[in-house]
Write a protein that binds this ligand. Structure first.
Ligand SMILES: Cc1ncc(C[n+]2csc(CCOP(=O)(O)OP(=O)(O)O)c2C)c(N)n1
Ligand SMILES: [Mg+2]
Length: 582
């Protein structure tokens, strides 16, 4: 096949099953836009900000079995798309980022043409791999390579920079030369897995952890089968939400540290931690010294697709390289044929299950008071989140944006499948919610899709309401509007500094949303929320429900000073005051 580099790029994407392409228009990328928008095999979407295109591509990779692709133009387009790419990189989500570029002769080194920038340098630290297509004849090879790298091993974003003149030049390629992508699913050897079998058989206080790798490799059934076969306690990380069966008594937490204190206790007391597809990042309550160090005698087994990640963030005893799902399946087979007798301490297990129920009680208790004590007449965020959790349709997909709002929605909403819970714990990037929800609705138009967000986070990508209206993406946004950068409100209070900068203006998001052409209403009383959600589902338009809430302390607020800000002290604040956050 002989065609332009731009047409070749699209043909190769199609061969590898790409269906969704999102970006923001400009001339340098024009041929790709023209080709993608005319081709009925692609769903082509333009956004109001390039950041949203990056987030949408990542969401597509999360909620479909295709890889998301996004594009941006040279200079400001490239810099604007960075947040979406960085967030995807932090959560190991494969996406292809295409940037337009000035003519090949005008870059490397730059002659300072309009909008020039070192785009390879810009994306280097937030992608697995990137390249500039300087020569048309190398375009097919570089596109194939980009797609392969994005999805093999630990997945992640890749970037191709295409000078505008090269994009119009001809190249030729035999599309059948490289077959459509199929993931490699390596497993550890039988001898290696035998060590895992032995460790499970010997463990008195075992804890199984499902990370994002289990969700991404399609290992939900296999992980649940392991929990059932061994009858051991299990926990999911923030990226592994949806892997565990919410109704299983062996599920002691589905959002890492946000799950409640039982997560820390189990992590501190377990004598065996067996983790699949998990990089032991901040939200995973294992080995977080000095507050939660690795206990003496605790054995940690880490199984991950990425050899480099093994042992990086926790002192492990056994590290095995393998795809989470394939390894789980191989392990299950061995456990099945070995007839293992487990020796776990059932008293400990029951104590942890009791602690789980107590944490649930604590969360429920905070939701009980409809109004916050502050006397503002505004609603309690816990009560709002809990009620939403009760009202969500079974097949709903939810993006959890915002700060304190996210803490509460993750606590009260349990899901039974990974694509139902969209969150970006790696970067914790405010504003991802609406673009993620838009993409989920694009891919699943029949399913209800919600964006639950704080007012601050919503303001960061609010313009994407227009994208939703333009493409008929009838998402429902529920804004926890406390008129604050709420999560950091306590820091201003600690410092007795009203000018700390966390107070925001009270914005009437219902009016703003109506301006975008959405259905919208304000809710100030809890018992009005169910009908508002019903009307929003029936509205046949994107909808925004603006709920007036007051900042509501969360039982796990102590995590911020204890783990995330460990070692960081405001100059004139005694340490014991910092511990009082929340
Ligand atoms: C892009 C980005 N900027 C800054 C932060 C730091 N941050 C984390 S939570 C938070 C406050 C969020 O406010 P809002 O969305 O209104 O949610 P609330 O905490 O009030 O529920 C901020 C500023 C961040 N996570 N992401
Ligand atoms: Mg807020």
């Amino acid at each position: 096949m002989e065609c332009t580099v731009s047409a070749m790029l699209l043909a190769i994407l199609k061969k590898h099953g790409v269906k969704y392409i999102c970006g923001l228009p400009a001339a340098q990328i024009g041929l790709i836009m023209d080709g993608a928008s005319r081709d009925p095999d692609f769903t082509y979407v333009t956004t109001r900000h390039e950041e949203a295109a990056g987030h949408m591509a990542a969401s597509i990779s999360r909620v479909t079995d295709t890889m998301g692709v996004c594009f941006a133009t040279v200079g400001p387009g490239a810099t604007n798309i960075v947040p979406g790419v960085a967030a995807a990189f932090a959560d190991n989500i494969p996406i292809l980022v295409i940037t337009g570029q000035n003519q090949a002769a005008a870059i490397d080194p730059s002659i300072d043409q309009l909008q020039s920038g070192d785009q390879l340098g810009l994306f280097k630290s937030i992608t697995k791999w990137n390249a500039s297509i300087h020569h048309a004849e190398r375009a097919p090879e570089l596109v194939e390579r980009a797609l392969h790298i994005a999805r093999s091993g630990r997945p992640g974003p890749v970037h191709l920079d295409i000078p505008c003149d090269v994009g119009t030049q001809l190249c030729s390629y035999d599309l059948d030369m490289i077959p459509p992508y199929r993931p490699q699913r390596p497993t550890p050897s039988r001898q290696e897995l035998q060590r895992v079998v032995d460790a499970l058989a010997a463990a008195r206080k075992p804890l199984l952890i499902a990370g994002g790798g289990v969700a991404r490799s399609g290992g939900v059934d296999a992980f649940r089968a392991l929990v059932e076969t061994t009858d051991m306690l299990s926990m999911a990380t923030a990226n592994g939400r949806g892997v565990l069966d919410p109704a299983s008594p062996n599920n002691i937490g589905s959002a890492g540290l946000v799950s409640g204190e039982v997560a820390i206790e189990a992590g501190q007391e377990a004598d065996l931690v067996l983790a699949f597809g998990c990089k032991f990042s901040t939200f995973t309550p294992i080995h977080k010294p000095p507050h939660y160090p690795k206990p003496k005698g605790q054995k940690i087994i880490q199984i991950d697709i990425d050899a480099e990640c093994i042992g990086k963030a926790a002192p492990i005893e056994i590290g095995l390289v393998g795809d989470a799902r394939a390894t789980l399946e191989a392990l299950l087979e061995m456990l099945d044929s070995a007839g293992v007798e487990y020796r776990q301490d059932l008293d400990w297990k029951r104590a942890m299950q009791r602690r789980r129920r107590e944490c649930d009680e604590v969360y429920r208790g905070t939701a009980a008071a409809e109004k916050v004590v502050g006397g503002t007449g505004l609603l309690n965020e816990s009560a709002v989140a809990r009620l939403i959790g009760d009202l969500l349709p079974k097949d709903a997909i939810v993006a959890h944006d915002g700060g304190q709002a996210m803490m509460w929605t993750l606590s009260h909403i349990q899901v039974d499948s990974p694509e139902k819970s969209l969150f970006v714990p790696g970067m914790g990037h405010l504003g991802f919610g609406l673009p993620y929800a838009n993409a989920a609705k694009l891919a699943h138009p029949q399913r209800p899709v919600f964006c639950l967000t704080g007012d601050g986070g919503f303001g960061m990508t609010i313009q994407e309401l227009e994208t939703a209206v333009r493409y008929g993406l009838n998402v429902i946004v529920i804004v926890f509007n406390d008129s604050y950068w709420g999560m950091y409100k306590p820091f201003g209070d600690i410092l007795d500094n009203p000018d700390f900068g966390t107070k925001l203006t009270s914005v009437d998001f219902a009016k703003v949303a109506q301006g975008f052409g959405c259905y919208a209403e304000n809710v100030t009383e809890l018992d009005k929320l169910p009908a508002a959600i019903k009307r929003s589902i029936d509205a046949n338009k994107p909808a925004v429900i603006n709920v007036g809430v007051d900042y509501t302390p969360h039982p796990m607020d102590f995590l911020w000073p204890n783990i995330i800000l460990d070692g960081f002290q405001f100059p004139e604040v005694p340490a014991n005051k910092l511990h009082a956050v929340g």
